[in-house]
Design a protein around this ligand. Structure first.
Ligand SMILES: *Cc1c(COP(=O)(O)O)cnc(C)c1O
Length: 378
């Protein structure tokens, strides 16, 4: 790294509200396990934020997916359709249930699951579809829900990256049979580690509560009619979550503002593909990702160049079907291309305008210099 430049991290949490006060309250009142008022208050507040009947707090977003899938009855022999371009947790949770993954390609513009391909992947064994709202842009849910209804499949929304995103006036987390969220340190709101399942179904909510709490009978202590898990969120985590939730609208607005600054600055660069926001969507820009179109082989060099200047970036997720445990001899060309070309720029709610401008300036300097050297290939 060059001397004297301040490092720009890929992302960091902003804990500037009541987080400290509520955590201290847990410590001073001795309520530090999963019992306590913050867990309940966080669940209630999150349900009301989404506009959904039930919200059930769990230890992390992966556990949320796991218990949601179990509650939806997923087991051995079932096939679950998932986008290959997602964080690996989506696939892992399906595997924990002994079910089989069926990978779908994604769209060129939103980078979300290509809904038009889903029907061709449905078999006798298909049980459900996981709609991942990638990077904070909602999936085109109406056609997806229609396909699910026609074929009697469940829909689980993986909204880990999309707290507060809106599809045609409806918040994510309210459209599927159930939805899951993550509160990992870099997500839109955080509890350090944490997750939530939302659903409008009383039956699913009850099953999820049973499964996340060791399967204990709510009427009979130490009686376990099913095999459950210990996936409970602590009161301390929920205290942080509640304080974060009080500021969620501001945090989302800041992510959206950062995205506007990035798009404004980078829109002239011919070799860069910017993220889109469909007119039916409100994108929360959990991260700001771009594609480097004409730098297919050198995406990593661009990342190294920025790293030397103190700017942390990330590649896009690898398509899950290319990774060793899930390797399939199939080609999902859109996801493969997007993954190879994609780079995530620093995306924190607490960034100042100058931070974004510095990132853009470095990128513009490099790409304009490069484009005179590299012959663009369409
Ligand atoms: C972060 C994330 C998860 C997993 O959440 P954890 O809280 O890290 O377990 C699941 N799916 C997607 C799409 C994610 O981005």
């Amino acid at each position: 790294m060059l001397p004297f430049v301040k490092k720009i991290p890929i992302s960091e949490p902003t804990l500037l509200g009541n987080e400290e006060k509520y955590v201290l309250d847990c410590l001073r009142s001795n309520w530090i396990s999963s019992l306590g008022k913050y867990t309940q208050n966080f669940e209630k507040a999150f349900a009301s934020f989404c506009g959904v009947k039930h919200a059930i707090a769990v230890v992390n977003g992966t556990a949320a997916l796991h218990v949601a899938l179990l509650a939806l009855g997923v087991g051995k022999g079932d096939e679950i359709i998932v986008p290959t371009l997602t964080y690996v947790a989506t696939a892992n949770a399906v595997t924990y249930c002994d079910a089989r993954l069926v990978f779908a390609d994604c769209e060129f513009d939103t980078w979300n699951i290509d809904v038009g391909q889903i029907e061709s992947l449905i078999t006798q064994r298909t049980k459900g579809i996981i709609a991942v709202h990638l990077f904070g842009h909602p999936v085109d849910m109406d056609p997806l829900l229609e396909i699910a209804k026609k074929h009697k499949l469940f829909v689980l929304e993986d909204a880990a990256e999309a707290h507060g995103a809106v599809y045609k006036g409806r918040k994510v987390g309210t459209m599927g049979d159930a939805a899951t969220f993550s509160f990992y340190g870099n997500k839109i709101i955080t509890t350090g580690e944490g997750g939530m399942v939302t659903t409008n179904s009383d039956v699913l909510a009850e099953r999820i509560r049973l499964l996340k709490g060791q399967g204990v009978d709510p009427q009979r202590q130490y009686w376990h009619p099913v095999i459950g898990y210990n996936y409970r969120m602590t009161n301390i985590q929920a205290a942080i979550g509640l304080a974060q939730l009080e500021r969620v609208e501001e945090l989302i607005e800041r992510h959206r503002y950062n995205a506007r600054l990035y798009s404004e600055s980078l829109k002239e660069l011919p070799s860069v593909v910017l993220p889109v926001e469909k007119d039916w969507a409100s994108h929360v820009y959990w991260v700001y990702g771009i594609l480097l179109k004409n730098f297919y082989q050198s995406r990593n060099q661009v990342m190294e160049y920025l790293a030397k200047r103190g700017i942390e970036t990330r590649p896009f997720f690898y398509p899950v079907h290319l990774m060793p445990p899930y390797h399939r001899k199939i080609s999902l060309p859109v996801a493969e291309t997007i993954s190879a070309q994609g780079i995530i720029l620093p995306s924190s709610a607490n960034f100042l305008k100058d931070t974004i401008h510095r990132v853009c300036q470095e990128l513009i300097n490099l790409l304009q210099r490069r484009s005179s050297l590299v012959q663009p290939k369409e």
